[in-house]
Design a protein around this ligand. Structure first.
Ligand SMILES: [Zn+2]
Length: 310
């Protein structure tokens, strides 16, 4: 619900809330995230005010909101960079999708994530969209890097600037517990041990292949990490793993993954103190995002990109 952001983003909340009350939507919005950790859930709450019959104003999500959350709602299209850029073809497909599924009277929304990655050709197509807005189609661009965007695009959107607030959620102290479990891992069920092994395959693969990891995400991750709980536990494991890489770099004895010292060593050799601290920071940020029902496929892709961005 939009109300969830009232405290952390009072200005954006006020603007968006007024829009929904008056039911007067602009044709295009540009969300400038400024690194706000909860930007995507905020954008989705806003999208629900447009597409949901009761404007997302309910505690239990309706079927439409559920479809929005799982990115299966036909009147909502989400575009994110295909590789390093958003490609022109992605926008052509968008237009075709919307034309095919046009339902009279109903609103349609497209979200462009990492909008700074619109390159020459795709930036031009989006400009055409923005210059000749179609009735009932609302564009939502999201960027953390407005300075890389064309001013002609920016000027055609209503800009919503978010402020970078600290995460006010309390850390749960599951970490120590998990650490102890791992420490005594001889007593671990083999099934649990298998899961941990699979999770730590991710950093091993990622540290070798970097952005390419995204292509391999399904067999590497999505095939066996399905629920929110599994995802949270996996992130705790990843954080402990990178803490051990940090230990290695500081020449301190490993806390959790003594058995995998060889792998930890290899990763430590490829990283600096700075890069490991960056990765730990990103992992902690993304672990928080999981608590807000974000789409996990998107989350993992974005994680890889965020780990790379330094
Ligand atoms: Zn709803």
């Amino acid at each position: 619900m939009l109300e969830d952001f009232k405290q952390e983003q009072p200005i954006a909340y006020k603007i968006l809330k007024n829009t929904t009350i008056n039911n007067k939507y602009s044709h295009a919005y540009l969300f400038e995230t400024n690194g706000y950790y909860n930007s995507i859930p905020l954008v989705f709450s806003f999208v629900k005010t447009i597409l949901c019959p009761v404007h997302g104003d309910h505690q239990e999500p309706c079927p439409i909101c559920q479809m929005i959350d799982s990115h299966n709602y036909p009147e909502l299209q989400i575009i994110k960079p295909d590789g390093l850029w958003i490609k022109k073809e992605q926008l052509i497909n968008l237009k075709e999708e919307f034309n095919q599924k046009a339902l009279v009277g109903s609103k349609k929304v497209y979200i462009i994530l990492e909008a700074e990655k619109l390159n020459g050709a795709s930036a031009n197509s989006i400009l055409k969209f923005l210059e000749e807005p179609e009735e009932n189609i609302i564009a939502i661009l999201v960027t953390n890097n407005i300075f890389q965007m064309l001013s002609t695009i920016i000027s055609r959107c209503q800009k919503i600037s978010l402020k970078n607030t600290k995460n006010i959620l309390k850390e749960e102290n599951t970490e120590t517990k998990l650490g102890l479990i791992l420490f005594n891992k001889k007593e671990l069920e083999s099934e649990e041990l298998e899961k941990i092994k699979k999770v730590i395959n991710f950093p091993k693969y990622y540290e070798k292949h970097h952005l390419e990891t995204i292509v391999y995400m399904t067999p590497l991750w999505h095939d066996y990490i399905k629920t929110k709980d599994e995802l949270l536990t996996s992130f705790e494991i990843l954080i402990m793993y990178y803490k051990d890489v940090l230990n290695k770099l500081l020449n301190i004895k490993l806390d959790y993954f003594q058995t995998y010292e060889k792998d930890i060593n290899e990763i430590a050799e490829k990283n600096t103190l700075d890069s490991i601290c960056h990765k730990l920071k990103i992992l902690l940020e993304y672990k928080e995002k999981i608590k807000f029902n974000v789409n996990t496929a998107l989350l993992m892709d974005r994680l890889v990109i965020a780990l790379e961005q330094r």
